[in-house]
Design a protein around this ligand. Structure first.
Ligand SMILES: *[C@@H]1O[C@H](CO)[C@@H](O)[C@H](O)[C@H]1NC(C)=O
Ligand SMILES: *[C@@H]1O[C@H](CO)[C@@H](O)[C@H](O)[C@H]1NC(C)=O
Length: 410
């Protein structure tokens, strides 16, 4: 009994010794060391004495994905490479031969970056592995998909250029938080799609931490809108001016102008959906369409009036036509002077009738000349109006009319 108890005791001591030696033995492989770090469960931030963790954003790659001018939002994809130091993830030279180590990203602390003015944000790690160096430097890369609300001045649509901030910052609460150091900032794929990203610049605020932003300058490719919106409207206006060359008689010109007005209305109906809408600063092109419409309708009405003037000799729409009553005075004359022969009587009648016809014809001719002159004056008025309008539009598009404050989210 005593012997077995002694043997058991010595076995227990041996076991304890083996366990102790085994646990302190240095790992020979990276995986073993990685498992050690995972066991430490380092989910909280390193929290150095000053409580501010410095994260070095070594590179920021920016790409605009889409711009929605209806709701004034744009989405972008931002790839951020970053580095920071976690002293607890360092290992000394003597124990391990290797310089680098791979850890799963969700087993240690990683800095949480945010976009202050985002209405939607999704952050994904580029890879599920993180590289850790001997001195505890951790390298990580994330992909950020953000949608940012940004007021772009659409007054001069389709010639639009706008600047929008994307405020990538860390967080801080009183004395603790993240301090970001920004490295290189560049843009990729800027010339794809309707909107082009011209430049991305980092704007630093030296007075407050976490008040920095990327200033994204974008411009719209005007070709599409020019071809589908401005060119057709300009051509219809030119067709309207040229149609003054059509003859007023017979109503040919009026019917042509009615066709123009109808086609312009259809064109507007189809295109109002593709136009950007802005409550604050409506694009000039909307006023342009209004102007075109009013001009077309006015010129159509003027042509109709002149057509009526040339055919009827009057523009009064509801004038009752004079009944061609038998000439009572002539009848009286016949009864009074009964001595005249019947032939002489009818000859007189014919002469009076012809004189009347002549008078009417003269009057209508006069009216026609008058209408044609008025028509020519109208043509010059419309031409002048169009030229003055074009000049006004050009000067208007040169002025900075609308301003947006896109930094009001702080
Ligand atoms: C940040 O990282 C870059 C690239 O690794 C390096 O050149 C730069 O010195 C670092 N900045 C700081 C303040 O550590
Ligand atoms: C973040 O830090 C800045 C400067 O250290 C400080 O002015 C600001 O109040 C801090 N923000 C919060 C939310 O504590």
């Amino acid at each position: 009994m005593m012997a077995t108890a002694r043997i058991l005791k010595s076995l227990k001591i041996l076991y304890l010794f083996i366990v102790l030696v085994g646990s302190t033995a240095p790992c020979a492989t990276r995986r073993c060391l990685a498992e050690e770090f995972i066991k430490m469960k380092l989910f909280s931030s390193p929290q150095p004495p000053e409580c501010i963790v410095t994260v070095n954003l070594t590179s920021i790659q920016y790409q605009t994905l889409s711009v929605d001018t209806k709701v004034m939002q744009f989405s972008s994809r931002i790839r951020i490479n970053m580095e920071w130091k976690d002293p607890d993830l360092a290992w000394s030279d003597s124990q391990y031969m290797f310089d680098e180590l791979v850890l799963p990203f969700n087993k240690i602390w990683t800095p949480d970056l945010g976009v202050d003015n985002a209405v939607y944000m999704d952050v994904k790690p580029v890879s599920s592995d993180i590289l850790v160096q001997r001195d505890g430097t951790v390298s990580h890369a994330i992909l950020m998909y953000t949608t940012v609300v940004c007021g772009i001045n659409l007054f001069t649509y389709p010639f639009v250029q706008g600047e929008c901030p994307v405020a990538i910052n860390g967080w801080n609460q009183s004395s603790c938080g993240l301090h970001l150091i920004y490295g290189s900032v560049f843009t990729v794929g800027g010339d794809r799609g309707e909107w082009q990203t011209i430049s991305v610049k980092l704007h630093r605020d030296n007075h407050a931490i976490n008040r920095n932003y990327l200033q994204v300058t974008m411009s719209m490719n005007p070709f599409n809108a020019l071809v589908s919106l401005v060119l057709p409207s300009a051509l219809i206006m030119v067709a309207d001016l040229v149609s003054f060359a059509l003859p007023l008689e017979g109503g040919k010109r009026s019917s042509f102008k009615i066709t123009l007005v109808l086609s312009f209305t259809m064109f507007l109906l189809i295109l109002t959906n593709s136009l950007p809408s802005a409550e604050h600063c409506s694009p000039l092109i909307r006023y342009h369409f209004c102007f075109c419409m009013v001009c077309l309708v006015l010129s159509m009405l003027v042509s109709m009036l002149f057509t009526k003037l040339t055919t009827d000799g009057s523009i009064q729409p509801f004038r009752l036509q004079e009944m061609s009553e038998p000439d009572l005075s002539a009848n009286c004359a016949v009864t009074k002077s009964s001595g005249l022969t019947k032939e002489g009587d009818s000859l007189d009648k014919i002469v009076i009738f012809l004189e009347k016809m002549d008078k009417q014809e003269n009057q209508i001719k006069k009216m026609q000349i008058f209408a044609n002159n008025l028509d020519k004056i109208c043509f010059w008025i419309f031409l002048g109006l169009d030229i003055i309008y074009s000049l006004c539009i050009i000067t208007f598009t040169r002025t900075a009319y609308c301003k947006f404050n896109n930094l009001d989210f702080w």
